[in-house]
Design a protein around this ligand. Structure first.
Ligand code: ADP
Ligand code: ZN
Ligand code: ZN
Length: 830
């Protein structure tokens, strides 16, 4: 279905002569569509959206490309396509258009843009093989060099050696002679395409039964032993996680497996439909409340009218947004169209997935980065074939190859995970809007705490605002107490628990009801700090303090993976007075269990670097009542539905307010509002205790009252006064290099370049350029980082300007060893 346009154009196509191709591995500054002649033998099958093999650069090395446009014209002097990877287009006409959009708006290369549309398992590499044509006799027609090469190749003992010799020759001398031999018919070449597989993030490892029953029969190195101990404790873990936690490399784990002590396997993240659909529901049985029904009707009218539109559904926590989604998705597929539901975190997928699978069964496909490559490919194919007409997934699912979209829903739309922070640096909302415009579909953005940007657009009428103000079943919002922790300290309470919170937890334990305790990630790491010079112990590669992990008694860097033994002297001043700072979930758990020795505590503290496979199990067990208290960071704050939770405690989120990004208030407000909203969703009403050292702060008070509109009014006034998005757009130019001074000089040179160009351009809309300044994390992975911020309006003129800056910057001598990217409306505080 999605290739409709290809086939019709293929029918009437005049012989394509020129394929304009996006080629892999080009730098942004000289990226363009490269023109290749289409040889006759490939002409019938070459279509837009096919991957091809092309000769590239001086040495004509083979590269993978994607045909973006076909045209006829003079092919004289052009290089020719070598071969086709795909018999049929892998990228539809719609998605190809989107690739042009991505390049225009996110400053990525054409190839980066098309690559994001395909599942990672579809990235291929080409391997060339040669064969000597036996009955070739016309040696006389060859140049002396070619004849000599043919002679050398003929002496190869077998085809393996032949290919090695040919490959070496090409690396040293380019393709001139091999091409000549092929053209003369002396040599035949063939390209084998291999899918790139094997991602450590989804490879899991566990101990073998043999090791578990008799570990002493294995002779392990200390490092292997460490990994085995770790696995003994955790049962199973991702290879990457194991390596990280033990401070070892993947190869240690590999050897552990060859020894027979452990085994690797592919993560079975999502159990198949058979396992998930223990419960079958029918969309007809779902009865909406009046408010829910009215929200549905508004969107439904639009769906019937088949005109694109964007809705913002602002519904308080517990208003039952998911039920509205379910009905609307049902409506959409009943019309014969397709629906997409995007969610921010893979940790939330299983729960959502189960709900939708129980309603729609096999029609649901899932796409997120936690799936194994094979699974992702399978789901991709199911969607492309039309076997699945409902797609659920995280950010990258927005590119799912659906051909007839009716509805796209973005849940928790304010979450930052919808913004990609690596190339292409797109925002999911923008892609969804493009796709809805193409398909005449509706886009439904939903949240209890919409982003300030979205709400602003709704207020101005660009989006249509739908509000759900009541909780489903009229459940009251939790009663929130704000506790001034200064008073607790004055009263001599040195623990992390206010007296009020301790009382409430104890009351809940007595009643057999569940509690959730939230700790902010920023306050959650334990770092080592010097009592004399007040410096924390930093990672040697990054300007980030190392985190102490009690589990393995190591210091670790969460940015680059650096691991070291705990230190006993301060690296800055040599003092021996070091202390642990910060209050981790581990410590919280310890303190909690001394207070409440019988409480069953679930600690959810997996870091973003770790696999999230165990989440589902833990959440399910918590929901089933196997635990009394769950403690964790933001990841437990949002989107989850636990009907038996009646108490929510928020500990130490103050620091998040001062995170150095103009969105810090927004995020903190959202986090508190959402986590408070976890409570009292079932029959019993909920309570929340909000501990803070700044009890008068309006963010605390408005979040406690779940007053989004009040917060929005405060926040938009600040944004207006300071000129921040949504009152302007903000382009961040980020520089990184191996030396501090060269990164800074590069940034300064580009600043001069920008100012020059701005003088020439005299832009029609106001522009302010700020910086360069060191990034909040001035050094990551050994690279020094600077940024320039440009406040402007994101229009064609400014995008052209940004493109010009990026291209010309690459030519500056100061930028020789400096990497640079531009990101519109991305994070500032990094
Ligand atoms: P939100 O995502 O808006 O915070 P949920 O969709 O999680 O809210 O719904 C809150 C609770 O209300 C859930 O337990 C859900 O099952 C229940 N609920 C919401 N709408 C309905 C409905 N129409 N029928 C039955 N239960 C509902
Ligand atoms: Zn010191
Ligand atoms: Zn580091």
């Amino acid at each position: 279905m999605q290739d409709r346009e290809h086939s019709s154009s293929a029918d009437q196509r005049i012989m394509p002569l020129i394929a304009e191709t996006a080629v892999s591995g080009t730098a942004y500054s000289f990226d363009m569509l490269f023109s290749y002649a289409v040889p006759e033998k490939l002409a019938a099958k070459t279509a837009c959206g096919c991957r091809v093999l092309v000769p590239f650069g001086k040495g004509n090395t083979r590269r993978i490309g994607v045909v973006m446009k076909l045209s006829d014209g003079d092919a004289k002097g052009l290089k020719s396509l070598v071969s086709l990877v795909d018999e049929e287009p892998v990228i539809s006409a719609e998605l190809l258009r989107l690739a042009f959009y991505l390049r225009e708006n996110t400053f990525c290369t054409y190839f980066d843009a098309v690559k994001t549309m395909l599942p990672p398992a579809m990235s291929v590499s080409a391997k060339e093989t040669f064969r000597i044509v036996k009955n070739f006799t016309d040696i006389a027609s060859l140049s002396p060099g070619a004849a000599e090469l043919l002679q050398t190749l003929s002496c190869a003992a077998d085809s393996k050696e032949l290919n090695r010799l040919a490959e070496e020759h090409i690396i040293d001398n380019g393709r001139r002679l091999t091409d000549e031999l092929c053209d003369a018919g002396a040599l035949e070449s063939d390209n084998v395409f291999r899918q790139n597989v094997g991602d450590a993030a989804v490879r899991m490892v566990r101990l073998t039964d043999r090791y578990i029953t008799s570990p002493e029969s294995f002779d392990l190195t200390p490092k292997q032993k460490q990994a085995a101990d770790f696995l003994g404790e955790y049962g199973t873990a991702a290879v990457r996680e194991t390596a990280y936690m033990c401070g070892i490399t993947d190869s240690v784990i590999k050897r552990l497996c060859t020894n027979g002590a452990a085994e690797e396997y592919e993560a079975e993240v999502l159990r198949r439909v058979e396992d998930l659909s223990d419960e079958k529901r029918s969309p007809e049985d779902l009865v909406l409340s009046e408010e829910q029904q009215s929200a549905r009707d508004t969107v439904l009218a639009q769906l019937r009218g088949k005109k694109p539109a964007v809705f913002l559904l602002h519904g308080v926590t517990g208003s039952g947004k998911t039920s509205v989604f379910e009905k609307l998705i049902d409506d959409t597929v009943k019309m014969g169209r397709q629906a997409m539901l995007l969610i921010p975190e893979i940790g939330l997928t299983p729960q959502t997935l189960r709900r939708f699978r129980s309603l729609f069964g096999e029609r649901v496909a899932v796409i997120h980065s936690g799936l194994s490559l094979g699974q992702r490919l399978d789901e991709y194919k199911r969607i492309k074939r039309g076997d699945a007409d409902i797609v659920i997934g995280t950010r990258s699912a927005v590119f799912a190859p659906l051909g007839n979209i009716g509805l796209i829903i973005i849940d928790e739309e304010g979450e930052r995970s919808y913004k990609s922070d690596s190339s292409p640096r797109y925002h999911t909302h923008d892609i969804a809007k493009q796709r809805c415009a193409y398909h005449n579909a509706s886009l439904l953005l939903a949240s209890a705490t919409p982003s300030i940007e979205s709400y602003y657009l709704a207020e101005r009428g660009a989006y249509r605002l739908i509000e759900m103000k009541e909780r489903y079943g009229n459940a009251p919002l939790p009663e929130v107490s704000i506790i001034d922790m200064n008073l607790e300290r004055e009263a001599g309470n040195r623990t992390e628990f206010s007296r009020k919170l301790a009382e409430e937890i104890s009351a809940n334990l007595k009643k057999g009801e569940q509690s959730i305790l939230l700790l902010n990630r920023r306050g959650y790491h334990t770092i080592i700090s010097c009592c004399d010079c007040y410096q924390p112990v930093y990672c040697p590669n990054c300007s980030v303090p190392l985190t102490y992990h009690k589990k393995n008694n190591k210091l670790m860097c969460h940015y680059c993976g650096y691991v070291s033994e705990p230190v006993d002297t301060c690296p800055s001043c040599g003092s021996k007075h070091l202390k642990n700072m910060g209050f981790g979930t581990q410590k919280l758990e310890e303190e909690l269990s001394t207070f409440f020795p019988t409480a069953r505590i679930l600690r959810m503290d997996a870091d973003t670097t770790f696999s999230r496979y165990s989440y589902e199990k833990s959440f399910t067990e918590f929901r089933e009542g196997k635990y009394d208290i769950m403690i964790g960071t933001q990841m437990i704050g949002k989107g989850l539905d636990f009907p038996n939770v009646t108490l929510v405690g928020v500990l130490s989120v103050d620091k998040a307010l001062y995170a150095g990004d103009f969105r810090s208030y927004e995020r903190t407000f959202s986090l508190i509002t959402q986590v408070v909203g976890r409570g009292g969703r079932g029959e019993r009403s909920g309570r929340a205790v909000l501990q803070t050292f700044i009890p008068e702060h309006y963010v605390m008070n408005l979040a406690a009252a779940q007053d989004y509109k009040g917060f929005y009014n405060e926040e938009i006034a600040i944004r207006r006064a300071m000129i921040f998005p949504p009152l302007c757009d903000m382009c961040i130019f980020c520089f990184s290099g191996n030396e501090d001074i060269s990164a800074r000089l590069g940034a300064e040179a580009v600043l001069r370049l920008m100012n020059e160009k701005l003088r020439e351009l005299q832009p029609k809309t106001p522009v302010r350029v700020l910086g360069p300044v060191r990034c909040s994390y001035g050094r990551i992975n050994g690279k020094y980082r600077y940024r320039i911020i440009m406040k402007c309006k994101n229009n064609a003129e400014m995008r052209g300007f940004i493109r010009g800056v990026l291209t010309d910057a690459a030519k500056l001598k100061e930028m020789k060893s400096i990497a640079l990217y531009a990101d519109i409306n991305g994070d500032v505080g990094v």
